[in-house]
Structures are given as C-alpha cells and as structure tokens.
Design a protein around this ligand. Structure first.
Ligand code: KIV
Ligand code: ZN
Length: 394
C-alpha cells in the first residue's frame, strides 16, 4: 500500500470549481484563510481560482500564491493568451506554481459552445500548453467534457498536450455522466495510448480524474478512475461545486484509507483535519452540511437504534468502519431517542454518574420511553431530571 507509485495526489478545487457554485462565493481574505487550512490538511495541489474571471479572484490567487506553502498553487485558464498571462501574473511569488489550461473536446461542446473543429481544438490546446510552459514548468491540461468525447480524439489531444509539455492530464466528467466501469476503461485506454505514443514525457504523465456528481457517482467514478490508473483526483471539501457538486474530498480520502488493501493506494491527507476543515468551509460560506453526509455529517458516527447501540457497546466495529477520532470527531455519539434500548440508557446514566439498581433503572427506562415518544431527542439534562424525579418519588 505504501508503494510510492500508488500515491494519489489530492487536487483540491474548493476555491475554484467549488467557489463558483451558487451559495459558495468567498471573499479574497476568506479564500486565503481557507487555502491555509487546505495546506494544513495536506492537499498536494490547491486550485486557487480563475484569475481572468474577476479582479477579486486575481487578488485572492495573488495572496495565496505569495503566502501559502506546502502545496502546489494552481490557477485555471481557458486556452486564451490573456487568461494564461493572467495566471502567470497571479502566480508570481509562488514556490510551486501550476497553470491549468482547459478546452472542451466533446462534439456537443465543439459544435455548440466553441464552434470549432477537432483540428482547431487540438491546435488551441497545443498553443495554450506551450504558452503556459513558457511561464511555469508545471502545466496541467484538461479536456472539458472528456467523458462525452470520442475516445480516439481524446487520446490524440492527450498525446499532443504531453508533447507540448503538459505533465498532468485531467479527464473531467464535466456533467457527471459517466459510470464506474466506463471511466475505468477510459483511463486504461488513455494511459496505454499515451505511453504507446512514445512522446517525450509520456511515462511521467500523471492522469487525473475530475468527476461531477450529477448522478451521485462522483466519488465512485473517481475511485474507478484510480483503478484505471489515475494518480491525481480533483475534489472539493463537502463536495461543493457546480450543480450537484464535485467529488467530495473527505469521502474519497476515507474510502482510500478504509479500503487501502483493495485500492493499493494512499494519500498524504491528515485525516484528523477533515471535520475541522469541513466546518470551517461551512462557516465561511454559510452552507451547512447535511446531517447524514458521509464522514463529516453530524450523523456520520451517531447511533440511535437499540440494536445498534447494544452492538456498539460490545464492540464498536459492529457498526463503525472507521474511528471518529481519525476524521476529527471527538467520539461516536449515542443519540438517546425513541429507538434506544435499556443497555444504552444504563451506559449513558453511568457516564453521567448514576449507577442504578435494577428496579430504579426499570422505572427510569419507562419514563425515558414515554418522554422519547414526545421528543425527537432526549438530552442528558432530561435523563438527569428523570433520575432525580424517580429518587424524589421513592
Ligand atoms: O468540470 C470541468 O470540466 C472543469 C474543468 C474546467 C477542469 O471544471
Ligand atoms: Zn469541474
């Protein structure tokens, strides 16, 4: 599992693809603060923004490039001279700058969005990679809407981008259209095509997955891309991003960690920082995480039903596949509600300092059940009142 070839680089695009989605915009100081948090989390690449899109983005990227250390700072550009030069200006001061150029390759986008032929798309891609390469050594190329592009043309574009100097080839599922088996096969095909082309740099080229979540498959598709040879995954904290969002960083990272033996791949993320980073993003954007969100949702380690609580009290592995402390929660939560049983009640009362004889426990349990019918959750203060009330009546 610690084979360096199987290290998956985490490219976080919360500040670019995430930030451009409704309800997620951030000011330049907020972006800077969050970029520091991403560096502490251990992401390999921070996509800081799209400098040509606004002055505010330019300012935010500039500040991040100057201040944030420990991660590559990437900026996005269309295959336009002005965009690429804006990226170069914004990245001035960065120790590890990356310019990320993209162009749509699918027939739908070529015809309806760009009005370009295949040949023109290819020419622009090569021009953009070559120009970016004059500014920075680290150039990433993305074929927008790759998953709806003819595979032979996509391979041709990838080979041309590597020949022009790109060392990361990103294959975005821009509209969240693909499925796990399809994307895995595509990555295998593209990798083989680039390597077989024999162009300089082909063997070092890193393939990257960038999956959107329109069908709820972004994480599954990113994992399948890793099986197909992807060694960079583009994702966002809390899965924020256009429409239904991007691949959720916390879910992907924990899937690789919990199922490390299956994927044979690892990241360098400090997983204990996942919950604090998720919370920071929610505070900054005001966008709450759903309760049942994997890993970082409030219910991710909460247990209410009697059967589950009983199992958890005997062995936490019965109903937990990862430890809450490993992702930044203090502990699992036994929620006392109408589904809870006597074992969990007794355990909670002991934690509150009450060891009750059988008869008194039965009385408190009866009181608890009737209260739980009226209230969604029974809190510690309610339990204390029940015990003290039973004492007073005795
Ligand atoms: O989804 C997408 O295609 C993108 C590219 C710009 C990388 O975000
Ligand atoms: Zn995207």
């Amino acid at each position: 599992m610690n084979d360096p070839a199987a290290r998956v680089r985490i490219f976080d695009t919360s500040l670019r693809d995430g930030e451009q989605s409704p309800g997620c915009s951030m000011t330049a100081p907020q972006k800077l603060r969050f970029a520091h948090a991403l560096a502490e989390l251990g992401v390999d690449v921070i996509e800081a923004g799209f400098p040509a899109s606004s002055e505010a983005d330019m300012d935010a990227v500039r500040a991040i490039a100057r201040e944030v250390r420990g991660a590559t700072v990437a900026t996005l550009a269309r295959c336009h001279v002005g965009d690429i030069e804006a990226c170069a200006r914004a990245l001035d001061g960065s120790v590890h700058p990356r310019i990320h150029v993209f162009i749509s390759t699918s027939p739908l986008h070529r015809e309806h969005k760009l009005g370009l032929t295949r040949e023109q798309v290819l020419e622009r891609a090569v021009m953009a990679v070559e120009l970016a390469k004059r500014h920075v050594d680290d150039v990433e190329f993305s074929a927008e809407d790759a998953l709806r592009t003819e595979p032979d043309f996509l391979a041709q574009v990838c080979i041309a981008a590597v020949r022009a100097g790109a060392r990361t080839l990103n294959i975005p599922d821009t509209v969240g259209y693909t499925t796990p088996s399809e994307i895995r096969t595509l990555f295998e095909y593209l990798r083989a095509s680039v390597v077989e082309s024999g162009v300089a740099g082909a063997n070092e080229a890193v393939f990257s997955a960038h999956c959107h979540n329109d069908l709820g498959l972004a994480v599954a598709n990113s994992l399948a891309a890793i099986e197909g040879g992807a060694r960079q995954v583009e994702c966002t904290i809390n899965g924020i991003g256009e429409r239904a969002g991007n691949c959720a960083l916390e879910e992907l990272v924990m899937a690789l960690r919990v199922r490390g033996e299956y994927y044979g791949a690892h990241t360098r993320i400090d997983t204990r920082r996942l919950v604090p980073t998720s919370r920071l993003l929610s505070r900054i954007t005001g966008m709450a995480v759903q309760r049942n969100k994997a890993v970082v949702g409030q219910n991710a380690f909460a247990h209410e039903s009697g059967i589950h609580q009983h199992g958890m009290l005997k062995h936490r592995g019965t109903y937990e596949i990862m430890r809450p402390e490993d992702v930044g929660w203090a502990q699992s939560q036994m929620v006392m509600g109408r589904h809870s049983g006597r074992a969990a009640l007794s355990d909670r009362l002991q934690a509150l300092g009450f060891t009750l004889p059988e008869a008194q426990l039965n009385a408190v349990f009866a009181g608890f059940k009737s209260l739980a019918e009226k209230k969604r959750e029974v809190f510690d203060a309610d339990l204390e009142a029940l015990v003290l009330g039973a004492d007073a009546r005795a």
